[in-house]
Design a binder for this molecule. Sequence first.
Ligand code: PLP
Length: 248
Amino acid sequence: LTAPFNDLEALERVVEQHGSELAAIILEPVAGNMGCVPPLPGYLAALRSACDRVGALLIFDEVMTGFRLAPGGAQELYGIEADLVTYGKVIGGGMPIGAFGGRGDVMDHIAPTGKVYQAGTLSGNPVAVAAGYATLKVLRDRPDIYGQVAEATRILHDEMLGIFTKKGIPVAINRVGSMISVHFGREKVQRFDDAGSCDLEQFNRFFHHMLEGGVYLPPSAFETWFISASIGGDELDKTLEVVGNFEG
Ligand SMILES: Cc1ncc(COP(=O)(O)O)c(C=O)c1O
């Protein structure tokens, strides 16, 4: 069963029709696979209460947002606690690994406490775990990194919006923390349908224009850009200079 992201009515319909049959609702709390699309105010809280109402688990896929938006991920940023959370390479410092965790009574179902056996060749792989541990230690010791990357992303957002507005190019720029994306041809992108009805050809022209100018963006309008702590004033200036030469 699916209900589009940010569509509360569709969610309520599914919950009403299927009620206690629902085992779980899983979503990215900030969508990162349609460009960056933040949850509308109250959306995550409505999901939380719908799950509580029918006894379903709320599962956040924090593969992109975990440790990126805050040490506690989107859960911390939006003040919503999920029952289970999934992580990917973010807990491996970029190395191949995945993890899930959450409420004690749910996790107690996993062996050796419970009956569900979970294992894999690379589970707990020492190299990936060491890389993840090193990354998380840096984040713990330098919490200012969160403000730094969010500020760089804000500057990129404001400046790009200024450039596109001056050129008369309609654009929606969405941003949460260090996640940002640019959708052409619309001024608001709040759902997948919005993202899908943007000017994808214009994005492709933009991507190639940026690449020729030496700025390698994610190659699809449906991908989020992640601003890292290595991106400083020089990189922003260079990026904005190339954006400034885009003719639309
Ligand atoms: C939000 C999200 N969830 C899940 C995955 C899948 O992760 P993995 O490739 O580690 O299975 C990805 C991959 O990038 C992702 O972006």
